[in-house]
Design a binder for this molecule. Structure first.
Ligand code: HEC
Length: 453
């Protein structure tokens, strides 16, 4: 867009008569700046999100190549934004005002400035793109930090696989740890024939072939630790199953030799990150709340831009956009400040009207009653997954989600009188006092303040 704008400005100077030029440029600049503002907001929002997923800590910004390139990119953007702001906040409005009062010479001077600033902005933008190109060549800071941690851990990890095989005249011993999907370290020991010296080893190469025959092999050259011990690391095992690992040894003055190992690769443990919650996967910093908040705020900013600036926008549309912007902004700010975490009842409000103190004895009695009377539907842990749950027209809710939002009095009526025709009342089987004990148990078990487990 910037390059196109620069070309347009240059062309307008040469080939367009004055009377047409100014209104043409004015309209164009106005539309351009709306799109540009939206793009910048989207860029900043997605960049922030990407940093949250790829840069685990401030320190990683300086410690990893990825982080350093990212700093360079941010610095360029830091130059770009003021130039862009100069264009859209100072030069452009001034040019538009000049169109109205049409001082020919001043306008011409402004237009020249604007052209220069636009080209500068375009050049900086190209620089940013170039840096992004460099950035994609590096493993992200998260990958780097994780693999550093992995290497540290793997020195203590038990070896997952070890085997010895003969490659020509050489004995080859390999060990793979932890031998799970994801990053592993591979160690290769070479043994010459008894009584023979080990010839000068030039290279040890490992080739990995997936159990899936449609996938091509990948290779790595192992690093020499000492003349008969070589080491490599990396995430070559992409799936479980029997992988084939071929070890090639090249020595000075002798033919190359190689040998195969069939390695049964296991599913990843905690070390390879497979145990992580899939939903939480992309984020290494911050929380989904933060992402949602930033997304909403960016959305608010984006819909507000055309409401203010789009030429000839209809009044109703502008009002609608502004309302949407405000709504997004308020919800986003609320999320950012964590308002939703305080929604719910205070402990005093929740317990109002409950005559039985939540002593340990009361909670224990409640747990007993719960186990006897309620688990068949509500489940042992209160998640609504008891054996009878599937047979009910309305499945029981997860207590962890509901208990914090209802009062003890509400629960008392549910337990004694039942819940519509979906849950029976227990008034005839459970005494009043025991109902309160049950409630004390539910509260202790399922509200965030009173977790007993
Ligand atoms: C026959 C199955 C069944 C049994 C037994 C049962 N419930 Fe329920 N319960 C339900 C269903 C279904 C609901 C309605 C859906 C919901 O709100 O969880 C419900 C609702 C509730 C609620 C309201 C939850 C809310 O916030 O909306 C409470 C509290 C409750 N049950 C407690 C108990 C207790 C305590 C016992 C044991 C004394 C018990 N239930 C036994 C099926 C059962």
């Amino acid at each position: 867009m910037l390059a196109q704008l620069g070309l347009l400005l240059a062309w307008a100077r040469r080939d367009v008569p004055d009377s047409v030029r100014t209104p043409l440029l004015a309209g164009h600049l106005q539309r351009f700046s709306v799109l540009a503002a939206i793009s910048v907001i989207a860029l900043l929002a997605t960049g922030t999100f990407s940093a949250l997923t790829e840069v685990p800590a401030w320190k990683a910004l300086v410690d990893t190549s990825y982080g350093r390139v990212l700093i360079a990119k941010l610095a360029l953007i830091g130059l770009l934004l003021p130039v862009a702001a100069l264009n859209s906040v100072v030069l452009r409005p001034r040019a538009l005002r000049k169109v109205a009062s049409s001082g020919r010479e001043a306008l011409e001077r402004l237009r020249r400035w604007l052209t220069r600033a636009v080209w500068l902005e375009a050049a900086l933008a190209v620089g940013v793109l170039a840096i992004v190109g460099v950035l994609t060549q590096y493993p992200t800071a998260r990958v780097t930090v994780e693999s550093q941690e992995f290497v540290r851990e793997s020195t203590q990890v038990v070896v997952g696989y070890e085997s010895t095989s003969q490659a020509g005249d050489l004995g080859v011993n390999i060990s793979v740890s932890p031998n799970t999907v994801g990053a592993n370290s591979y160690q290769v020991y070479l043994f010459p024939q008894p009584g023979q010296p080990l010839a000068d080893v030039l290279q040890v190469r490992l080739r990995f072939k997936s159990p899936d025959p449609t996938l091509g092999p990948s290779e790595v050259i192992a690093e020499e630790v000492n003349p008969n011990y070589f080491k490599a690391s990396g995430a070559f095992f992409a799936s479980t199953g029997d992988w084939e690992m071929q070890v090639f040894v090249r020595r000075a003055g002798v033919d190359d030799v190689s040998t195969f190992f069939r390695i049964p690769v296991q599913a990843g443990g905690a070390a390879s990150g497979a145990g992580r919650d899939r939903f939480a996967l992309p984020l290494v910093t911050g929380s989904w709340d933060l992402v949602a908040a930033l997304g909403l705020l960016a959305g608010a900013a984006i819909v507000s831009v055309p409401a203010q600036q789009w030429p000839r926008i209809r009044v109703r549309a502008a009002r609608w956009l502004r309302m949407t912007g405000i709504t997004f902004g308020v919800i986003g700010l609320g999320l950012l400040l964590g308002v939703h975490k305080h929604v719910g009842l205070t402990p005093e409000q929740a317990r109002e009207g409950n005559p039985v103190a939540a002593t340990e004895a009361s909670v224990t009695r409640g747990r007993e009653l719960y186990d006897q009377n309620c688990t068949q539907c509500h489940g042992l842990t209160g998640r609504g997954d008891g054996p009878l749950a599937k047979t009910l027209a309305v499945p029981p809710v997860d207590f962890r989600l509901h208990v914090p939002y209802h009062t003890d009095l509400f629960f008392f009526s549910v337990i004694t009188r039942g819940f519509g025709n979906i849950m029976p009342g227990f008034a005839s089987q459970i005494s009043e006092e025991d109902s309160w004990n049950l409630i004390n148990f539910l509260r202790a078990e399922h509200s965030p303040e009173g977790q007993t487990k």
